[in-house]
Design a protein around this ligand. Structure first.
Ligand code: PGA
Length: 244
């Protein structure tokens, strides 16, 4: 159960969140929990999560170790601050900041090289869904991105499916639509890496997950977890998602 805070919360707000959130998930051993704050709140999150099972992830990661890459943050820097995960290829990065399947692959590879678990996002836009191309988009994103990982690397990643057309609409894909997309992604994984690897990989569902719809989403065997945006900003709300 991963929370993507996007561009919200200062270090002080992060500390306040964890004070409320930690006791509510202390006994939640049925799943992994990861919070992905903005870079500037990573250190505060790591400190506030110290000694708990809660992982802390970044929302992006550079593909290089270091160098002349203004505005980028590298894997060793994230590791040094205590991060465990890194979101790569979020639809907002693809839409506003020019991420492509190729850069997503490079970033995922860098995360793995530096010991972070990449949460690799895929998903189709509205016009792609309406023209019936959902599966083709997922296939292309898999083939041009994820499929470049070795089997050893693939075994360590988490995939997140985000139907981009539903972001910000307040609507979520129905659990059945989500499960169909997850099946299409898993079929790609099976073809490339074999059935055991495909079955073992975790695919999170990630748009408009809320305390009141998480149960029906998680009831789908194809959905292994959720990547939560807006609803992860509220400690009580996100704890109730974690404890669905
Ligand atoms: P949302 O965001 O839960 O606010 O829809 C999901 C995401 O973009 O990760």
């Amino acid at each position: 159960m991963a929370g993507n805070w996007k561009m919200y919360k200062t270090p002080a707000e992060t500390k306040a969140f964890f004070e409320k959130f930690r006791p509510l998930v202390e006994k939640s051993e049925h799943c992994e929990v990861v919070i992905c704050p903005p870079f500037t709140s990573l250190a505060a999150a790591v400190e506030a999560a110290g000694g708990s099972r809660i992982g802390v992830g970044s929302q992006n990661i550079a593909w290089a170790r270091e160098g002349a890459f203004t505005g980028e943050i590298s894997g060793p820097m994230l590791k040094a601050v205590g991060a465990t995960h890194a979101i790569v290829g979020h639809s907002e990065r693809r839409q506003y900041f020019g991420e492509t399947d190729e850069t997503v692959l490079k970033r995922a590879q860098a995360a793995l090289e530096f010991g972070l678990t990449p949460i690799v996002c895929v998903g189709e836009r509205l016009e792609q869904r309406e023209s019936g191309g959902t599966e083709a988009v997922l296939v292309a994103q898999f083939q041009n991105g994820i499929a470049g990982l070795t089997p050893e690397q693939f075994a360590k990643i988490v995939i997140a499916y985000e139907p981009v057309w539903a972001i910000g609409t307040g609507k979520t894909a129905t659990p059945e639509i989500a499960a169909d997309a997850h099946r299409a992604i898993r079929a790609q994984a099976r073809a490339r890496y074999g059935a055991p690897a495909a079955d073992a990989t975790r695919i999170l569902y990630g748009v408009c997950v809320k305390p009141d719809n998480v149960k029906s989403l998680m009831a789908q065997p194809e959905i292994d977890g959720v990547l939560v945006g807006g609803a992860s900003l509220d400690a009580v709300g996100f704890a109730s998602i974690v404890n669905f």
